[in-house]
Design a protein around this ligand. Sequence first.
Ligand SMILES: [Zn+2]
Ligand SMILES: [Zn+2]
Length: 272
Amino acid sequence: MQTILDLLPTTLGAWPAIWLSDLLRYLIPASLLAALLPLVPAGWRQPRRVQDHTPTPNQRRREFLYSMSTVLIFSLVGASVFLGVRAGWFRVYLSVDAYGWAYLALSLLLLIVLHDAWFYWTHRLLHHRRVFRWTHRTHHLSIAPTPWTAYAFAPTEALIQAVFLPVALLIVPAHPLAIFLFTAHMVVRNVIGHCGTEILPRSWLAGWWGRWFTTTLHHDMHHAHGRCNYGLYFVWWDRWCATEHPQYRQRLRDLIRRVSVDPLLHSETNPA
Ligand SMILES: [Zn+2]
Ligand SMILES: [Zn+2]
């Protein structure tokens, strides 16, 4: 077994690539959504808007700078996972055949469900008045979130979010493909949750997705109101713990109704 000192040069050599992949994982979905949303016809976009405030360029700049600090922290934790895998600390396996494809899919699902629980409970803790100011306040400076808000965390909060994966990998055997899909899903859902416009199909919002999964409206109401809608991917923790905003369901129904109306009607009434 190699020691930490033996593994340090390889880990330092791998770190720039880990940092770059963390950077691209954030930049690609955030910039795509930020660039494409304004190009979508107003008749489609207007009824799907979930917020009244308009984000300022200063807000976007602040979100981007904090996100760069988050990317750095995520990459440092990623480098420690890289080292830990080689040192044999984590239950990461390299051959799919070791557990099979069905287990790979199951482990991905398990990581997502566990991360949702981790996020919900750490999120509630971060809203405690004794820790909010020096942890989660930075993220809540964005009353009307943008795709760039997805990673806009104070370093303390970024670290709390980043340590989930190493902790989970102590328990759940996972293939690198499952880890990659888990992190990609995490960023994409996070960017969609902050983009201020409900981009998912109406049939999803009115059906199974709206019943079980968080929507952009769900997280937007968290930014607007604070102590409600703490969940990340699923709505069940907020339901079980009675932290769902009392008007969330009604506002989602209203949004679905607006989306159902002929888009031409919206382009006439909302020329923006
Ligand atoms: Zn919060
Ligand atoms: Zn947020």
